[in-house]
Design a protein around this ligand. Structure first.
Ligand SMILES: [Mn+2]
Length: 414
């Protein structure tokens, strides 16, 4: 029996900057690598599960990277099917705008949920046939984009039912039924999603909690058991969900925050035969730019570590490693930045962040709260802290839910 190979990736965040540094060179390196893997592994279909771009209005170099990638991938591998869905960072309509051209090229881009003339959700445009090397349909992809609260059907209030989760469940169930109806024998039914699943390991800084945040993390059983594969985006750490090997986040191909440095950045190569998943393999993405994180209990120790950092003098400037330095201090040391910069002067490394933890101020270590940098707090946490100043305890779930709704609204217009 002929097998069918699908490559699953997500969360490219083209156009992202890290502490002001553009990531274009890293993204270009990843995209070249990806095209080589498509050839090497004779990949039949590529699924990009959302957050192609970092922002609603991607900068020109990011747009150029994306369209150059699509054109090259299709020129080198004309029979490759490509499916792209929007994530919460993407502008759904901007991503979809060139889709007449893209569809002609065999690239399906889904930004928004299609609806029928009567305004009802109509899953048929989301169901994309995927072909094997002989040109036969080997799989159907139900290409669900990121769902906004306004996409969800109204669900009557009932006990033990979260209306948002129930709304998502109903949409998936309709989309799934549509896919199953069209699926012939021996065809794999594949789903996409850009969402936050319950039990997922989160990177605090660079993944926005979406669709109401943690309160509305989705249970894995919204995906039917007979899904051959569910290609997820949103969480940047690659992982299977809820103990189901066929429900996965591919993770992002590059670290999008300094604390994502330890992740194993990868894309997922899956193989299907007779409509079933028969294998999956992580393909590790080579790191174009290294991240060094130095954390020491005294400035002397930190400066010493920095002096001894092994750095490669032969690297091009856009491949110089990123550096994060965190120092514990008994009292403020205004000259610290100058001291650190003096040690690094002329060396092939880019200092992105110098963090200080103060332990002094006459309090004991245990009762001195570490100073907090506003940018390192999630909006939910800022709200919670503000609430605690004037009330006893934490805000009620209802109030948090209202806050999440506002927050989602603001983030979507950003
Ligand atoms: Mn996302």
């Amino acid at each position: 029996m002929r097998s069918f190979r699908l490559l699953h990736t997500a969360d490219w965040h083209l156009g992202q900057t890290l502490h002001g540094i553009p990531r274009d060179a890293e993204h270009a390196g990843f995209l070249d690598w990806l095209i080589d893997r498509i050839g090497e592994h004779r990949v039949d279909a590529l699924v990009i599960a959302g957050d192609v771009f970092d922002g609603q209005n991607p900068p020109i170099p990011a747009l150029a990277l994306f369209y150059r990638f699509v054109a090259r991938a299709k020129a080198l591998h004309p029979r490759l099917d490509i499916v792209v869905v929007a994530g919460n960072h993407d502008s759904a309509s901007r991503l979809e705008a060139p889709s007449p051209l893209m569809t002609e090229m065999g690239v399906r881009v889904i930004g928004t949920l299609p609806s029928s003339a009567a305004g009802m959700f109509d899953p048929s445009p989301l169901i994309v046939p995927l072909h094997d090397a002989d040109g036969a349909v080997a799989a159907r992809c139900v290409a669900m984009p990121y769902l906004r609260p306004s996409d969800l059907p109204a669900v009557e209030e009932a006990e033990d039912v979260d209306p948002l989760i129930e709304g998502v469940r109903r949409l998936y169930s309709q989309a799934w039924s549509g896919g199953r109806e069209r699926c012939g024998t021996g065809e794999a039914l594949i789903l996409t999603g850009h969402c936050y699943m319950r039990g997922g390991a989160l990177s605090e800084l660079s993944e926005r909690k979406i669709l109401g945040g943690n309160l509305h993390a989705l249970p894995v059983d919204i995906f039917p058991d007979d899904a051959a594969y569910v290609a997820l985006g949103h969480l940047h750490r690659a992982q299977a969900v809820g103990g189901r090997e066929a429900v996965r986040y591919s993770g992002s191909p590059i670290p999008l925050a300094l604390d994502e440095q330890p992740y194993l950045h990868q894309v997922v190569l899956t193989e299907f035969a007779g409509g079933q998943l028969v294998g999956h393999e992580a393909l590790r993405v080579p790191r174009h730019v290294a991240i060094h994180r130095v954390s020491e209990a005294s400035p002397e120790a930190a400066l010493d570590r920095l002096k001894r950092l092994e750095l490669d003098n032969g690297l091009a400037r856009d491949a110089w490693p990123f550096l994060e330095v965190t120092v514990t201090l008994p009292e403020p040391r205004p000259a610290l930045r100058d001291e650190v910069e003096a040690v690094l002067a002329g060396r092939p490394v880019r200092l992105l962040k110098l963090g200080v933890r103060l332990t002094g101020s006459g309090q004991t270590l245990a009762d001195s709260a570490p100073p907090v940098d506003l940018a390192s707090l999630e909006p939910e946490e800022v709200f919670r802290r503000l609430y605690r100043r004037s009330h006893d305890g934490d805000p009620e779930p209802d109030l948090m839910a209202a806050f999440h709704e506002l927050l989602t609204g603001v983030q979507e217009t950003m």
